[in-house]
Design a protein around this ligand. Structure first.
Ligand SMILES: NC(=O)c1ccc[n+]([C@@H]2O[C@H](COP(=O)([O-])OP(=O)(O)OC[C@H]3O[C@@H](n4cnc5c(N)ncnc54)[C@H](O)[C@@H]3O)[C@@H](O)[C@H]2O)c1
Length: 272
């Protein structure tokens, strides 16, 4: 289904690695809604993933950029405006990585240069993306910037490790930069706090399979899928949500406001 919600809008979508990526589904939905965009990912992800298929399918250009490099981001923003023929209306930051998680280092046994790398990639990169857009006056009025986050920023999920702190930082950057972007350019900045989703990044978290079923059973509407997330993001890029900004928006089937559900109680009662 298409509502042409993004007709005439131009954007940059970061983080499509393979067809499971939230950014991949978002690119497909944005394309269906009439938006045009540049796809970007880290140079190494270009070789590992299948982003060229997505580019072909959506008629998009790919511009590699390490989101921690100001130089790469400057090049990306300049070239995107050239290729798309004007300023940008929407940006998706769908980037996350923790070296400690990847290498199985516990939260209580961090290797701090890995911690710092994770923070740079997962959180500070959002500031760098926005600062590059801001300094280049690259966003159109009533544009929309979205980053993806997870509820471990507010509550304890032990295996989420240092990514919890990175997400807290990311959400704070959305509010802090969102103020200046709103005041000066009428651009909105929000984070979507998404359900656990079976992607490369998601599955890297220890105990992910058990956790995704638990979240599903806790949520009255069940977990939100990557496609659901793409649809929500489309709504935030559209003109229908112009006054939504500085928000962390839970998109999780209701999980974040639950205490316990019948389905979870039942599992415990059976176990006794
Ligand atoms: N999967 C989940 O359960 C879940 C839940 C809530 C939020 N999120 C968030 O959604 C976002 C997207 O993750 P995903 O689940 O689609 O997984 P994914 O692995 O498909 O996407 C992560 C992306 O980050 C990119 N990336 C890593 N380092 C980078 C760098 N230096 N520069 C540019 N890009 C870089 C990767 O190449 C990849 O495309 C992340 O912010 C993640 O934390 C995921």
């Amino acid at each position: 289904m298409s509502y042409n919600l993004l007709k005439g809008k131009r954007g940059i979508i970061f983080g499509a690695l393979d067809e499971n990526s939230i950014a991949w589904k978002t690119a497909e939905r944005v394309h269906e809604e009439g938006g045009v965009f540049v796809l970007s990912n880290a140079p190494i992800a270009m070789r590992m993933g299948t982003i060229d298929q997505l580019a072909a399918k959506t008629g998009s250009h790919i511009i590699p950029a390490d989101a921690t490099s100001e130089e790469d981001l400057q090049n990306l923003v300049e070239k995107s405006m050239e290729l798309l023929g004007g300023k940008i209306d929407f940006v998706l930051h769908s980037i996350g990585m923790s070296v400690n998680v990847r290498k199985g280092k516990a939260y209580t046994d961090q290797k701090y240069d890995w911690t710092q790398k994770g923070t740079d990639v997962s959180a500070m990169s959002f500031h760098k993306v926005m600062q590059t857009l801001y300094k280049n006056d690259a966003m159109n009025e009533w544009g929309s910037i979205v980053a993806l986050t997870y509820m471990a920023a507010q509550r304890v999920f032990p295996d989420y490790n240092d990514m919890a702190d990175n997400k807290a930082y990311l959400e704070s950057v959305a509010r802090s930069f969102g103020y200046f972007f709103g005041r000066d350019h009428k651009v909105r900045v929000n984070t979507i706090s998404q359900s656990p989703t079976a992607t490369t990044a998601g599955q890297g978290v220890k105990g992910f399979d058990g956790f995704i079923s638990y979240a599903d059973k806790m949520s009255p509407l069940g977990n939100a899928s990557a496609l659901d997330c793409a649809n929500y993001t489309v709504s935030l890029f559209s003109d229908l949500t112009r006054k939504v900004t500085l928000q962390n928006l839970f998109h999780d089937g209701g999980f974040s406001n639950m205490g316990v559900s019948d389905a979870v109680m039942e599992a415990f009662e059976k176990g006794q």
